[in-house]
Design a protein around this ligand. Structure first.
Ligand code: NAD
Length: 499
């Protein structure tokens, strides 16, 4: 695996050398008694940096800091235009430090430097600017009421949206910076204060963001970062009585635990969970375009994308042609470190996850999968899995029903469109789906019948800050982005005035 790596910035080297810990009340707070976790570079398994995990006392301190900052009004009662201006300054700083953040993400998470630059930084900056604008557009309604008493009284009634309070944003390791910002910026636009808990394996960009937030003028205590394992620090955060809202992105299994834990305190929650997303190719589809769409929408970030295409349904008459074209493209992809700009497939985020994907491939083999390409890992200390195309699987097999979250595409044939649609909907998940066709009548008939929070036509995976994103069925509860995000970080208050 030859690799020509880009040069690491000095600022990145310096950041990696530092001892990191949770970011509480405007500073990194270290505690020599805390457990230290070594972070590893997924490209070569070498130690990259180290972070101290928060203990129970630090969980309390971080929540108290966010609670104090919220109650003080230093952020929540700031004029909306001032909040907007501050968030726009924050976006400018993220853009100005874009290369540094992109390199940190690639070194920590493994993804391509192109993806870090374009998505983790580029798309995030667009999202930040879009969401900053909501700070000045939060609105209620005036409502006519018919209250009969006291006689002759007149009423004026209206609603207002008020910040929910302290938000715990719990983030997975697949897009650590972007998903953190999906939570931080709308919450701050609404006037909330935030504690981000990144996945313990990928905390670096969230820590750097917290420093940039201070530089942008966001007051200490308004944006905090809790470093810790999910089952300890994460669970303690969710259960904390001073947390008012949990915004969670991660697996369905953990999402259910979080929803149940949050209910004990009536803490509000939004859950963005797993997916097993179908792509339905119709008889008339342009196969080359559909294959390119499957590569882009299925192998992006090595398939570690909640909305990635992973079940591909193709008419039986075109199945063989599709499998052959898809495998040829997947086979031709170069595998290498994210810091090598020519590598098209990069390591998975952790050794544990690489083992999970390889174990799922072993299960698929036992279930009778025909491996058209891939199915194994290259000889490397990094956490790679070769891009894989499977066929010959039964709809009820594990590989078709369970989230693999790796560079694995399963292609299945269908006989007629009704059967194709039934297969698409035969999943406990319902995050996203795509339809590939130019037959407008058929597409329009299918759209309302597909059980998914997002349906793309002739593309798979693009998201936009203005387009609500979230899941049907076991893919989640609530929506992020657009107005939905603002509703998710505010409480609705009714006001009724007698005069
Ligand atoms: P995960 O559920 O294991 O962990 C997610 C986060 O939750 C991490 O920060 C983890 O430390 C924390 N956590 C774990 N247990 C916890 C607990 N008991 N209490 C509180 N926090 C806890 O998920 P992951 O493996 O990091 O990420 C992959 C999963 O995320 C996949 O299922 C993927 O589909 C999903 N995901 C969903 C979306 C979406 O928008 N729907 C986006 C990205 C990823």
């Amino acid at each position: 695996m030859a690799a020509a790596l880009i040069e690491t910035l000095t600022s990145v080297e310096d950041f990696l050398q530092r001892q990191h810990g949770s970011f509480i009340d405007g500073t990194c707070q270290l505690n020599s008694a805390s457990e230290t976790l070594a972070l590893r570079n997924p490209a070569d398994d070498q130690v990259l940096a180290s972070v101290q995990l928060a203990d129970a006392g630090q969980v309390d301190r971080i929540v108290e800091s966010a609670h104090r900052a919220f109650r003080s009004g230093i952020w929540s009662r700031l004029a909306p235009a001032e909040r907007e201006r501050t968030l726009l300054r924050f976006a400018d700083l993220v853009e100005a430090h874009g290369e540094e953040l992109a390199q940190l993400e690639t070194l920590n998470q493994g993804k391509s430097i192109h993806l870090s630059r374009a998505i983790e930084v580029g798309a995030s900056v667009n999202y930040m600017r879009y969401m900053a604008g909501w700070a000045t557009k939060i609105e209620g309604q005036t409502l006519d009421v018919s209250i009969p008493m006291p006689a002759q009284a007149r009423f004026n009634a209206y609603t207002r949206r008020e910040p929910t309070g302290v938000v715990a944003g719990i983030v997975p390791w697949n897009f650590p910076m972007m998903i953190a910002l999906w939570k931080v910026i709308p919450a701050l636009a609404c006037g909330c204060t935030v504690i981000i808990k990144p996945a313990d394996e990928t905390p670096l960009t969230a820590l750097r963001l917290a420093e940039l937030a201070i530089e942008a003028g966001i007051p200490a205590g308004v944006f905090n970062v809790l470093i810790g394992r999910g089952a300890q620090a994460g669970a303690a955060l969710v259960a904390h009585p001073l947390v008012n809202k949990v915004s969670f992105t991660g697996s369905t299994a953990v999402g259910k635990q979080i929803g149940i834990a949050a209910l004990h305190n009536m803490t509000r929650f939004t859950l963005e969970l797993g997916g097993k997303n179908p792509m339905l190719v119709l008889e008339d589809a342009d196969i080359d375009k559909a294959v390119a769409g499957a590569i882009a929408g299925g192998l992006l970030n090595q398939g570690q994308v909640c909305a990635a295409a992973s079940r591909l349904y193709v008419p039986v008459s075109r199945h063989a042609q599709f499998v052959e074209a898809l495998s040829a493209q997947a086979r031709a992809m170069s595998v290498g470190p994210g810091m090598d700009p020519t590598a098209q497939v990069n390591p998975l985020a952790t050794r544990k996850h690489q083992n999970h994907v390889l174990a799922m491939l072993a299960v698929a083999r036992r279930e009778g999968a025909c491996i058209a390409t891939g199915g194994d890992a290259p000889d490397s200390p990094g956490y790679y899995v070769n891009p894989t195309v499977l066929s010959g699987l039964d709809q009820r097999s594990n590989a078709v029903q369970e989230e693999i979250f790796g560079p694995v595409l399963s292609v299945l044939p269908y006989n007629d469109l009704e059967q194709g649609l039934a297969l698409v909907n035969d999943s406990r998940y319902g995050l996203a789906a795509s339809v590939w066709s130019n037959d407008l009548g058929k597409v329009m008939d299918l759209l309302p019948r597909i059980e998914a929070g997002t349906v793309w036509v002739n593309n798979h995976v693009p998201v936009d800050p203005n387009l609500p994103f979230g899941g049907f069925k076991q893919s989640g509860m609530g929506r992020e982005f657009g107005r939905s995000a603002i509703e998710g970080f505010t409480e609705l208050k009714s006001v009724c005035i007698t005069y």
